[in-house]
Design a binder for this molecule. Structure first.
Ligand code: NAD
Length: 390
């Protein structure tokens, strides 16, 4: 169980780019980072609006002269200080991720970047090499993938409790973009423009969460081919999609489906995952995040509760609230940030042995998400045909 005791020798000096007052995801980063004594927020270039960004930073408790107008200024000014930042989080629109990550790594900073990491696998590979060369960590933040019940599912699959995995069925859908974009805010505008969002809208925005989660639960399974059907129900969003279905064939013969949509009008359930094996199935939804449904063929269905001693050690070790009390998205973010802090600390100490076995969402998690997107787009744009996964 995690109880907030510090697991690294001192807090990392942390800065944020983006995630300002009006940003959607910034507070999730701070909720994740500022919990276990592993990060201290000391600087930021929080906002495109420099004045608002400075005011916001000061309200977060930062010194005014460490609230910068641009990320370039943050990097330069902080490098000149003995107590300058050593890690930055990037919570800005997709098209900025690559340039901010590159500049930060070149300045010797570890990076925690939002998904989808970059636009192309080639960019990911280049950054992978740069991080390796500089001896720095790049972490990626996939929201629910730190939840104890996600890791319970992974442990059950690993132990063979489901038998051979046959069906993967995942959904992340909501209805917030059911109407047109007339008068839409910034967060919708950049998401529906290929120049700022990249080659996808909902596939990258929410589908990559599902793909990484499936990699955690089913690390032994690889996709052999996939077929993606994507559509913009609101035509002004084309060529990007507000709805997509992806069918997948895995190397063990399993079949998979991922459904992502932002035009699923009225749906507030959002995420649901079901993994079906030859003996049993597990199902989890973020509308009941404390519960995992475990169904063994021929037996009464079971509801497993987070934090209960009957769960696997992999799940109990990362539980925070304890059974009976809600464990949710904020707790998951805290685990993700903690794992990345431990990775950075190990990198700083040169402890490669620790890094070999330590679980955290690193650059490969980002690269594989972008690879999945590239394959989805290749299939969809060829007329929704089966393509070999490359
Ligand atoms: P947003 O438009 O709501 O907020 C973006 C923020 O970044 C704003 O504060 C804006 O002023 C600031 N900004 C933009 N460009 C900047 C720059 N060059 N320098 C400094 N600040 C800048 O966007 P959002 O919804 O918060 O999404 C941001 C990123 O987070 C996207 O990549 C998105 O895909 C990702 N995201 C991830 C999750 C998750 O669960 N991991 C959830 C939501 C969004």
């Amino acid at each position: 169980m995690i109880n907030g005791e510090r697991t690294i020798s001192r807090p990392l000096r942390w800065g944020m780019v983006g995630g300002g007052r009006t940003g959607q995801v910034g507070y999730k980063h701070r909720t994740g980072a500022l919990r276990d004594g592993t990060y201290q927020l000391v600087a930021g270039a929080f906002d495109l609006d420099a004045e608002r960004g400075r005011d916001f930073g000061v309200n977060l408790g930062l010194e005014a002269d460490r609230c910068y107008a641009t990320y370039q200024e943050l990097i330069t000014e902080e490098a000149a200080r003995e107590d300058g930042v050593e890690v930055v989080s990037i919570a800005t629109p997709n098209f900025t991720h690559y340039e901010i990550t590159k500049a930060s790594l070149e300045a010797g900073l570890h990076v925690i970047c939002e998904k989808p990491l970059f636009f192309t696998v080639a960019e990911c590979k280049e950054i992978e090499r740069l991080a390796e060369e500089k001896g720095l960590i790049v972490g990626v933040t996939y929201g629910f993938t730190g939840h104890p019940l996600v890791h319970q599912m992974a442990a059950m699959v690993k132990k063979g409790m489901l038998g051979d995995i046959r069906i993967v069925d995942m959904q992340y859908t909501h209805g917030f973009n059911s109407g047109d974009d007339v008068g839409a805010g910034e967060a919708v505008k950049w998401r529906t423009n290929p120049k700022s969002a990249g080659p996808t809208f909902v596939l990258g925005d929410i589908g990559t969460h599902l793909y990484y989660l499936s990699e955690i639960v089913l690390p032994h399974m690889k996709i052999e081919k996939l077929l993606c059907d994507r559509k913009a129900f609101i035509p002004t969003r084309a060529p990007l999609e507000d709805h997509a279905t992806v069918l997948m064939h895995y190397d063990n013969g399993a079949r998979g489906r991922i459904w992502v949509s932002s035009v699923d009008a009225g749906n507030m359930g959002s995420q649901r995952y079901r993994f079906v094996g030859s003996k049993a199935s597990v199902e989890w939804s973020d509308s009941r995040p404390d519960q995992l449904i475990y169904e063994v063929q021929g037996e009464p269905n079971r509801t497993l509760h987070h934090g209960m001693p009957y769960l696997e050690e992999e799940s109990l070790a990362i539980d925070r609230m304890g059974a009976l009390h809600t464990e949710g998205l904020g707790d998951s973010w805290s685990n993700i940030y903690l794992w990345i802090a431990q990775a950075i600390d190990a990198k700083n100490r040169g402890d490669e042995a620790f890094l070999k076995t330590h679980h955290y969402p690193g650059i490969k998690a980002g690269t594989e998400g972008v690879r999945w997107l590239e394959n989805c787009v290749r299939s969809a744009d060829a007329g929704s045909v089966w393509v070999d996964f490359k």
